[in-house]
Design a protein around this ligand. Structure first.
Ligand code: CP
Ligand code: NVA
Length: 301
């Protein structure tokens, strides 16, 4: 049996495949708006394993599967045998025999890799401690929708060098944009990933310097899921990196800004920018639905 396609990081795609998914996501968005039915996968089932909380990922996958004619199962770790220690590989084999796709949101990236190794259906990373590739599909769709191709543009990541930042590094390579990461000492993205992409990625500790000439500013929470105990020290270290009107004014005049949500107002992003009528953050959230439907089509064929 041939190996299924998986989507564990953006690097599972070629540049052309990623551009294809973004283009298809925009077509699906238009079809949804116009009421054109696209239920291509009647009877197909997606199993969604969640070891961490979620609003957008859960709802977008569940609704997306319904719009494609299939359905989705929400499985929390607390209610499955995985949460009681059943090996990942056994769960992967069993779920593969019953469903057509699996999405996993968990802590260790290696457990998603292990799951994929033993699965005979496509596996999607719905966020790990290291990567959040589904969010990048939506972020890039949002950029393309508002501004066209991102090749040659400058993106500035502000704050924590976390899972989202890592996925931005992968996106910079695939879509050929420049990424400036503005973060405090001790909160840099993984050094190996940075050095492998040193022709695209630069670390700058001064936020004002980092945003100069940027076409897109992006931020995320300062304490990710699982880091709640570090909130105080992280907030102190990252305060100078808040995405606000002052920093935005130093970027390109038509710069966009994004946040994957959930947002903490007046921590990593100002209330003013969250409330601004021109923000694309709500498109970015909605695009999770369209981008993941395009991803599902790509994986199922
Ligand atoms: N952005 C995102 O992944 O949101 P959820 O945690 O609500 O799924
Ligand atoms: N970096 C955040 C993203 C949430 C969607 C986290 O991992 O909690």
């Amino acid at each position: 049996m041939s190996k299924p396609k998986h989507f564990l990081t953006l690097s599972d795609l070629t540049s052309d495949e990623l551009r294809g998914i973004i283009g298809r996501a925009n077509e699906l968005k238009a079809q949804q708006r116009e009421g054109v039915a696209h239920a291509r996968y009647p009877g197909k089932v997606l199993a969604m394993l969640f070891a961490k909380a979620s609003t957008r990922t859960r709802v977008s996958f569940e609704v997306g599967m319904r719009q494609l004619g299939g359905s989705a199962l929400f499985l929390s770790s607390a209610d499955t045998q995985l949460g009681r220690g059943e090996p990942v590989e056994d769960t992967a084999r069993v779920l593969s025999s019953m469903v057509d796709l699996v999405m996993i949101r968990t802590h260790d990236h290696s457990s998603v890799e292990r799951f994929a190794q033993f699965a005979s259906v496509p596996v999607i990373n719905g966020l790990t401690d290291d990567y959040h590739p589904c969010q990048l599909l939506a972020d890039m769709q949002t950029w393309f929708e508002h501004r066209g191709d991102i090749k040659g543009r400058r993106v500035c990541w502000l704050g924590d060098g976390n899972n989202m930042c890592h996925s931005y590094i992968n996106a910079a390579r695939l879509l050929d944009f420049e990424l400036v990461v503005a973060c405090p000492d001790g909160y840099q993205p993984a050094s190996q990933l940075v050095s492998e992409n040193s022709d695209r990625v630069r670390i700058v500790h001064d936020a004002k310097e980092a945003v100069q000439g940027a076409d897109l500013l992006v931020t995320d929470v300062w304490a990710s899921m699982g880091q709640e105990d570090e909130q105080k020290e992280r907030s102190a270290a990252m305060a100078p990196y808040q995405l606000n009107r002052e920093l935005l004014a130093m970027a390109q005049p038509d710069a966009l800004y994004m946040h994957c949500l959930p947002a903490h107002r007046d921590e990593e992003i100002s209330s003013e920018l969250m409330a601004a009528p021109e923000t694309v953050i709500w498109d970015e959230a909605e695009n999770r639905l369209h981008a993941q439907k395009a991803l599902i089509e790509f994986l199922l064929g």
